[in-house]
Design a protein around this ligand. Structure first.
Ligand SMILES: NC(=O)c1ccc[n+]([C@@H]2O[C@H](COP(=O)([O-])OP(=O)(O)OC[C@H]3O[C@@H](n4cnc5c(N)ncnc54)[C@H](O)[C@@H]3O)[C@@H](O)[C@H]2O)c1
Ligand SMILES: O=C(O)CC[C@@H](O)C(=O)O
Length: 644
């Protein structure tokens, strides 16, 4: 046996439990196959280059998936290549730009485990070595084929004395190396699996960042979508605190696909359900989910949250968050985000269109026309100009509506339980009654907090002007539907526009049932106030942005239930995030633990609300890792995580 084929680990660092990491090169260390790249460079400009490059790729695949013997595939490819020694320099330059992203991110692993990292490639040393050594692999730990050349420097073959040029070359090489410890192989090809099949490796990790081969995946002990997965399961040093592909997102209720795109680009696992889920279904589906995305239908109850073992954050892809048990979320350390402005304009536009349509009697006229009746008259048809609009709830929607309504010549009044600044010439009413007594159009834009249930009933309709128009585009349960029906049937109201209902179908297949069906001059819409292409796109961009920021930096800016902290970048430090019950002494305990472990604090931020406290501590990278366990054990800790 040639002496260089006996592996010589560093004697002073070796122990019986040592693990050797055997790494494939083509399509694993690099995103591409080296010989495919060489073909593209060598054949450039030749008339039949495209066909030949495609043929080389096809043969590479056959060799990699095991459908052609390796030495046959190598011979066939070399014959097609027509490559020269001079092509190797541009090849190496090109491969430097095509190193797998997760390998580039994790150079620390190569630095810390250099003596146990071995690259074994059926590719060629001429391009494998410069790339692998740039990551920190030791030259003596690189095993690969070598080209043979003719006198003019043309590549004419492979060094046949190298065991890797043979069929089963990797197995034969491993056999000879006699690695003194466990062997974990990571690679994308069948020849990598063969090492495990021959009993020469303890585990085979199929690496799928660049290619996936079904027959390799089915043989793998573990599938690694990137190097972080391999490092994570083996508790090895990683460039990130947690592999992103392990973060599971569940999106319900037809959230705009822009959100899917954003979460996928971030590297998260995505599961999408088109409709809503009922409580039992959600309890089942939420078990291993870290990020939940919903709209207004899904009820996130305390029972659902009981089942959400790994939930970190919920995105309400809408304005309202009354469908979420925010208190329980706080107690469980689940941060909730929404999109407070993204669909405001859409609701305002629908409200304006409805008040015009109702005051002109557009819908009854249109219905009559559909039945062949021509009723050309001005009776019960009015302009909105000069009419009084009463806005109940002068928040984002109410205020924006007031600006547009004034621009159309309406006199605008509002009533709100908090002191809001009146825009333009809008007049504030001190009581609800004051507003109801004078408004020609009353429109609800209050939120769906529990106290607002049944907010508007017979008493309030009774205080309205005869012949007024009523709109609810806020939340269904705030209006008592029997009282509204009575006000419409008795002629007290001229008409109504209703977009939201106490009971709404869970999805588009369920029927809509309501006492409002069939009433004269009533516009019914299926909770679409915020459902425009523009609004849904804006929401689908906004909410993932907040969630990703929270996951990556801990920022809770604009969270609806967490103390809001907008955090600076933490380059060069590790960030410790501690969520706890807001009781005296927790911050003191945190700092005592940090000081006892000699941890150097780079920066610290604390914010509390009535229920929870949120402390972010940036510390020097070099710290005693036992501090993590101690911080988690501080009484009243709800959740703790580390970011880097
Ligand atoms: N139909 C839809 O598709 C649709 C779309 C977006 C928003 N909405 C709903 O519209 C409502 C308003 O949205 P927003 O963004 O303007 O919210 P917002 O929080 O900015 O404003 C709500 C306002 O209502 C006030 N308010 C609450 N209860 C009140 C009460 N009992 N009496 C008087 N004022 C009260 C609040 O003080 C606040 O000023 C929310 O319920 C939201 O869910 C519906
Ligand atoms: O799109 C939805 O489901 C809800 C829209 C609206 O009620 C909101 O709260 O933003």
């Amino acid at each position: 046996m040639p002496p260089h084929l006996i592996f010589m680990p560093m004697p002073d660092t070796q122990t019986a439990s040592d693990v050797f990491y055997v790494i494939d090169f083509d399509s694993t260390v690099t995103r591409v196959e080296g010989l495919d790249e060489l073909a593209a460079i060598a054949l450039e400009g030749q008339p039949d280059a495209a066909e030949k490059v495609a043929a080389v790729r096809r043969i590479t695949d056959q060799g990699m998936d095991g459908s052609m013997t390796f030495s046959e595939s190598l011979q066939q490819r070399l014959a097609l290549l027509s490559a020269h020694r001079d092509h190797l320099t541009p090849l190496v330059a090109s491969l430097h730009g095509k190193i797998s992203e997760s390998f580039l991110r994790n150079k620390a692993f190569f630095a810390q485990h250099a003596e146990h990292i071995i690259v074994i490639s059926s590719g060629f040393r001429e391009f494998v070595a410069p790339i692998a050594t740039s990551l920190g692999v030791r030259p003596e730990n690189i095993y690969a084929n070598e080209f043979t050349y003719d006198a003019e420097g043309n590549i004419v073959g492979v060094d046949q004395s190298n065991v890797l040029s043979e069929n089963n070359g990797k197995v034969k090489l491993l056999n000879r190396l006699q690695l003194p410890g466990k062997v974990y192989v990571i690679g994308d090809g069948y020849t990598d699996y063969e090492i495990r099949a021959a009993g020469l490796a303890d585990k085979f990790y199929a690496f799928t960042e660049n290619v996936q081969r079904a027959n390799v995946l089915e043989k793998a002990d573990h599938i690694a979508p990137n190097l972080e997965e391999f490092l994570f399961v083996n508790k090895l040093p990683m460039s990130v605190s947690y592999p992103k592909h392990r973060i599971k997102v569940l999106l319900l209720e037809n959230i705009h696909k822009k959100a899917n795109e954003i979460f996928q680009t971030e590297g998260y696992q995505l599961e999408v359900v088109n409709g809503g889920l009922d409580e039992d279904e959600l309890c089942e589906r939420i078990r291993d989910v870290q990020i939940l995305g919903i709209r207004s239908k899904t009820q996130v109850t305390a029972r659902v949250l009981e089942h959400a073992n790994r939930l970190m954050t919920i995105g309400a892809f809408c304005i309202g968050t009354n469908q979420i048990d925010l208190e329980t979320c706080k107690e469980k350390g689940v941060a909730v985000f929404n999109a407070p402005y993204s669909n405001t304009r859409s609701v305002v536009e629908l409200a304006i269109s409805e008040m015009i349509a109702l005051i002109r009697g557009v819908f009854p006229k249109s219905m009559a026309m559909h039945q062949g009746q021509w009723d050309k008259s001005a009776k019960n048809s009015n302009e909105i100009r000069g009419k009084k609009l009463g806005i109940i709830g002068y928040g984002n929607i109410g205020a924006q509506l007031s600006v547009l309504a004034e621009a159309m010549g309406m006199k605008v009044y509002f009533y709100d339980i908090v002191d809001r600044l009146a825009l333009g010439n809008v007049q504030k009413c001190d009581t609800l009654e004051e507003l109801l007594r004078q408004a020609d159009v009353v429109t609800l834009h209050i939120d769906g907090r529990p106290e607002n249930k049944n907010f508007f009933g017979a008493h309030e309709f009774g205080q309205m002007k005869d012949g007024a128009v009523f709109l609810n585009l806020a939340r269904g349960p705030v209006v008592q539907i029997p009282a509204l029906v009575e006000a419409l049937k008795s002629g007290k109201l001229r008409g109504a526009g209703v977009d939201v209902f106490p009971e709404e179908p869970k999805n588009n297949d369920e029927p809509f049932v309501s006492e409002l069906i069939g009433l004269h001059n009533v516009i019914l819409t299926p909770h679409v106030g915020g459902s425009t292409e523009e609004a849904q796109f804006n929401i689908a961009e906004f909410v993932p942005g907040k969630i990703i920021d929270y996951i990556n930096s801990g920022s809770t800016f604009m969270s609806v239930n967490f103390p809001n902290l907008q955090l600076p970048a933490f380059g060069g430090a590790h960030r410790l995030l501690h969520i706890h019950r807001n009781t005296p002494g927790v911050i003191a305990n945190i700092n005592r633990v940090l000081s006892e472990h000699g941890t150097n604090i780079v920066g610290q931020h604390l914010k509390t609300n009535e229920t929870i406290g949120y402390v972010i501590t940036d510390v020097d990278k070099a710290y005693d890792k036992d501090v993590i366990k101690a911080l988690k054990e501080i009484p009243n800790t709800i959740k703790f995580r580390v970011l880097y």
